[in-house]
Design a protein around this ligand. Sequence first.
Ligand code: NAD
Ligand code: UDP
Length: 308
Amino acid sequence: MRVLVTGGAGFVGSHLCERLIAEGHHVLCIDDLSTGSRANVAHLLDHERFTLFVHDVTEPYFAPADRIYNLACPASPIHYQVDPIKTVSTNVQGAIHGLRLAQRTGARFLQASTSEVYGDPDVHPQVESYHGNVNPIGPRACYDEGKRCAETLCFDFHRQAQVDIRVARIFNTYGPRMAANDGRVVSNFIVQALRGEPLTIYGEGQQTRSFCYVDDLVDGLVRLMEHPTEVGPINLGNPGEFTIRELAEQVLALTGAGNALVHRPLPADDPKQRQPDITRARTTLGFEPKVPLAEGLKRTVAYFRDRL
Ligand code: NAD
Ligand code: UDP
């Protein structure tokens, strides 16, 4: 198949492109290289079935496609808050351009949505039927509401124009090829541990997250895309739930570093707890995360050790 991956030079996108190439598809990666990099796909650039098109998805584009994975969007709070207007535009305009392309070509369209659509949730663990608790005017809103609107667009194109859609709600995912300056917690802690710097815990570190290794997530995305009828929204993630302090302790144990832990202010609207209910993904997609946190962290530490 001809598969288009927007954001394909990013952390998750590069692993997805690699998987799709290995499955024998032709892959067109569209990326403006704002938070992704050519280095993430360097090993694919010479492949005859891989093309990198440097382009901003807020501008229209055309390419023949059977499948469109829409991942283009900065995912780390520090990056998506640099230019929040652009973040909204990337989510909304980017989704419209991808969905129009799907409408014209008949391609199936998968939206990389997020657990952030649940905001600071008062239902725990989060099930797909929960409509969330998002502050629409806070500093995270450009991302959270942008992603919520992208979901709306998917379902409106589906109902109004019969576009074949898939919506995945991705929970915190980590692994090799996160950028060292990404700013998300797993890469921050590992980079800090390896550099001998104190690990920065925001707030008391009692907030929780559920961390999914990137290979497991990519498997879920492909399963959803290729499912004949399931459109979602469907949670994809690893339900193992850890406090941020526990994560810091695991990273220190794995790196053998004796770094200090320092506390920094908790960012505004930081969700207190986050755990996916993946019953639906398990039953309809046969999705099952296989890589436990300790093993995934070990692989990610090895990646950063090589690079730093
Ligand atoms: P990332 O920042 O590494 O990847 C995003 C990619 O999109 C980058 O390559 C970037 O250059 C590209 N991009 C950004 N704006 C663009 C634009 N206007 N035009 C073209 N390309 C653009 O982040 P990631 O973790 O790989 O996230 C990939 C997708 O998955 C994002 O949509 C993100 O919202 C979603 N997601 C990720 C997680 C996670 O924990 N990693 C969780 C939930 C959702
Ligand atoms: N966090 C932290 N130290 C860091 C980076 C993040 O304590 O150096 C916290 C952050 O406040 C949040 C959690 O870790 O509670 C996950 O943050 P991340 O930015 O990785 O993802 P998100 O908040 O979008 O789930």
